[in-house]
Design a binder for this molecule. Sequence first.
Ligand code: ADP
Length: 163
Amino acid sequence: MNRALYPGSFDPMTLGHLDIIKRASLMFDELIVAVLDNTQKTPLFSTDERVKILQEATKDMPNVKVDYFRGLTVDYCIKNNLHIMVRGLRAVTDFEYELQIAQTNRKISDNRVDTVFLTTDLQYSYLSSSTVKEIAKYGGDVSHSVTPYVEAALKEKFITIKG
Ligand code: ADP
């Protein structure tokens, strides 16, 4: 079976991420979308919340599974017998960063984990989780950038934070 991992922070998942998930799910028999539970960063959404958002968005994609992990992505891959990682590319700036990570991952996994890149759909190339959070924080419209579920989750989050 041809399986792949799509790892990321997904804080929160945007339509750009979802587009990559949809397209990658058509290329592999099974796609695991895994949230990085990074103890060094303080995300807006908890790991559980980010997993729930991805599960909701992929509920009609039977070959997509959602998970989370801590530590090195290659360790997660090897433990789960995954040898292909999917990453999205928006711009040349993404490429430089992603190239370095992909080469590092190949090296530290003894060439057992390779990365394939999908270029973003042009309509989402400007999108990032950080700008979505910034817009939502000040009450701006994010309906073109995220699913209605994420839009509602963002509203609730910022109401709670502002108290
Ligand atoms: P990271 O894992 O680098 O913290 P993200 O969770 O934002 O960042 O991104 C996970 C993956 O999704 C990365 O490969 C990133 O390049 C890709 N990605 C992010 N935003 C988009 C977008 N708008 N279109 C396509 N791919 C994207």
